[in-house]
Design a protein around this ligand. Structure first.
Ligand SMILES: Cc1cc2nc3c(=O)[nH]c(=O)nc-3n(C[C@H](O)[C@H](O)[C@H](O)COP(=O)(O)O)c2cc1C
Length: 208
């Protein structure tokens, strides 16, 4: 059993999305003792060290994707893409912790998506549209936003959750469960409430 844990917040130990995705991973480990966890920090770790940050794709990769061959990579983003796809293929469960940045995913998570959503690898074009090549597996999204993203109090369009659902479905991952901490930049009280509510939701989902 392999759990792939992707964490996209640049806020180190303060990150609400990381706290939430850590909680999900802990509950999964309790359910599957002995499972291995691969942690992929896209924007620096809990200690704020961003040396593991994922670079953007490069010219070689963009050129390869627009040619029919799309060969395995020898360097740069093509090679990184091969490794990240392999990591995803090997995962039985995927957990993604991410903040909302400017209504959608942070650029680092977008970079991971650009590396793993790869034509004729993880998806293929058909006359009916793009079809995923990966077999489905549970994906847990742990989302954090400064304002409200869902419900009656939302005062902003949400391109985060619908986008993640659409792009994951495009590579075949449709079994998606969402946990959401919202209103986190609206004062200490609201932040505590938003974190607690999301955490309780994880508790309810996985059971006592
Ligand atoms: C660059 C940037 C853009 C942001 N854009 C939004 C936004 O569009 N909507 C929102 O509700 N919060 C926005 N926020 C606030 C974060 O979503 C909020 O601080 C959240 O707690 C971050 O999650 P994290 O604690 O896991 O890093 C933004 C924060 C940053 C740094």
């Amino acid at each position: 059993m392999n759990i792939l844990h992707i964490s996209a917040s640049p806020r180190g130990a303060q990150a609400a999305s990381r706290a939430l995705s850590n909680q999900v991973v802990a509950r999964l480990l309790a359910r599957h003792p002995g499972a291995s966890v691969t942690l992929r920090e896209l924007a620096g770790g809990e200690d704020g060290d961003d040396s593991t940050a994922l670079p953007h794709i490069d010219a070689g990769y963009a050129l390869a994707l627009s040619s029919a061959a799309n060969e395995p990579g020898v360097d740069g983003a093509q090679l990184r893409s091969d490794g990240l796809i392999e990591e995803l293929v090997r995962a039985d469960i995927v957990v993604i912790g991410t903040p909302m940045h400017n209504l959608t995913v942070p650029s680092t998570l977008k970079s991971w998506i650009d590396h793993v959503v790869r034509i004729n690898r993880t998806m293929r074009p058909t006359p009916e549209g793009k079809v995923g090549n990966l077999h489905d597996r549970p994906v847990y999204l742990a989302l954090a936003s400064g304002g409200w993203r869902t419900g009656e109090r939302a005062r902003q369009p949400d391109f985060l959750e619908p986008y993640l659902r659409a792009i994951l479905a495009m590579i075949g991952l449709k079994d998606v469960t969402v946990f959401s901490a919202e209103g986190l930049a609206l004062g200490a009280e609201r932040e505590a409430e938003g974190r607690a509510r999301a955490s309780a939701e994880v508790g309810r989902h996985f059971g006592a």
